[in-house]
Ligand binder design. Structure first.
Ligand SMILES: C[S@@+](CC[C@H](N)C(=O)[O-])C[C@H]1O[C@@H](n2cnc3c(N)ncnc32)[C@H](O)[C@@H]1O
Length: 285
C-alpha cells in the first residue's frame, strides 16, 4: 500500500468526525453530533445517550438526555463525500453522514469538514451492507446515492445499490416517508431503478434522464462529485430519481425483477465505462 494512503488511514483514526465500523451507535447520532459540535477531543460512543424519540430493536432510552434529533441524511458510496460536505454547508441545522469503505477517499471529505468547521458532517467507514448496524429504526430521513458503481453485468444486479435487497436494508432505519435520491450517469442503473420502483409499486417523487436540461433544478442536485467530474461514460447526461420506500418489498418479486431487467439495453457509454472501470481497477491494484 502506498505511503500516502497509509498517512490518510492514520489521519482518519484521529479524526472525531470519522467512525470506522462503529459499535453501539444506533439511536445515538443526535448525541454524537451534539458532542462533535462542542468540539471536545475524543467521543466515547459508550457514553452517548440514545434519543428519547427512537424506539427499535436493541434500543432502550435512558429518558434523561437533551439531545434533540435533527434531520439526518446519509450519503452512501460517498467516496470523497462531496454531498455530505456540500449539503452540510447548505443546511447547517441538519446532520449528514457519508459512508464508504475506502478510508483514503473518506479522508478527503472529513479533512474538508474539519478545516471548514462543519460540525454537522461526519463519516462512517464501512461496507454499506452493514449500515443497519449503525442506525436505529426511523433515525434517518434521507439517503443520497451518488454515482455508485452501476454493476453493469446482469449477473451483478444484486450489487446495485437500488436493488430491493439494499432497499430492504435501508428500510430498517429510513423513516417511512423518508426519501431516497439516486444521481447517476448510468442509463442502465437509472432504468433498472425505475423498473424496481414500478414493479414493487414504490412512490416515485421525481425523475429526469437529463438533469441539467431541466428548467428548475433542485439546488442540492447541483453539487458535483468527483466521479461526476470524471464523466466516465462520456455521456454528459446526468440521471436523477427521487422516491420513497415506505412499503413492503415482497421477496417473491425478486425473481420477476431478475427476468424483467434482462432486456434493459447497455448503450455505448456503458461499454466505454466498463473498459474505463476495468483499467482504473487494474491501476489501483
Ligand atoms: C464510483 S465511486 C463514487 C464515489 C462518489 N459518490 C463520487 O460520485 O465521486 C463508488 C464508491 O462506492 C464505494 N463502494 C462501493 N461498494 C461499496 C460497499 N459495498 N460499501 C461501501 N462502499 C462501497 C467505493 O469505495 C467508491 O468510493
Amino acid at each position: 500500500m502506498g505511503q500516502k494512503k497509509l498517512i490518510k488511514f492514520a489521519a482518519i483514526k484521529e479524526y472525531n468526525n470519522v467512525l470506522e465500523f462503529p459499535q453501539g451507535m444506533p439511536g445515538k447520532w443526535a448525541a454524537f453530533f451534539n458532542i462533535l459540535n462542542k468540539g471536545t477531543t475524543a467521543i466515547d460512543i459508550a457514553n452517548l445517550s440514545i434519543s428519547d424519540s427512537l424506539v427499535g430493536p436493541n434500543i432502550s432510552s435512558d429518558n434523561n438526555n437533551e439531545d434533540v434529533l435533527t434531520k439526518l441524511t446519509l450519503e452512501l458510496a460517498c467516496g470523497r463525500g462531496e454531498y455530505a460536505v456540500g449539503l452540510g454547508r447548505m443546511f447547517p441545522n441538519e446532520n449528514f453522514i457519508g459512508i464508504d469503505l475506502k478510508g483514503n477517499r473518506i479522508w478527503k471529505g472529513a479533512s474538508i469538514a474539519n478545516k471548514d468547521g462543519l460540525k454537522n458532517v461526519a463519516f462512517v467507514r464501512s461496507q454499506i451492507e452493514l449500515t443497519s448496524n449503525y442506525f436505529a429504526k426511523d433515525e434517518v430521513d434521507e439517503i443520497w446515492i451518488t454515482f455508485p458503481d452501476p454493476q453493469l453485468r446482469w449477473s451483478k444486479a444484486k450489487k446495485r445499490l437500488t436493488h430491493p435487497k439494499f432497499l430492504r436494508l435501508y428500510q430498517q432505519f429510513l423513516k417511512n416517508d423518508g426519501i431516497v435520491h439516486l444521481k447517476t450517469d448510468s442509463p442502465l442503473l437509472y432504468n433498472f431503478t425505475l423498473k424496481v420502483i414500478e414493479l414493487y409499486g414504490l412512490h416515485l417523487i421525481y425523475k429526469t434522464d437529463h438533469l441539467y436540461n431541466e428548467q428548475n433544478i433542485d439546488p442540492r442536485c447541483l453539487i458535483k462529485t468527483y466521479y461526476e467530474g470524471l464523466d466516465i461514460a462520456q455521456s454528459s447526461k446526468i440521471h436523477y430519481i427521487q422516491f420513497n420506500i415506505g412499503q413492503d418489498l415482497p421477496l417473491e418479486l425478486d425473481a420477476v425483477l431478475k427476468e424483467a431487467i434482462k432486456d434493459i439495453p447497455m448503450d455505448i457509454g456503458e461499454l466505454i465505462r466498463m473498459e474505463a472501470e476495468a483499467a482504473r481497477a487494474k491501476k489501483e491494484d
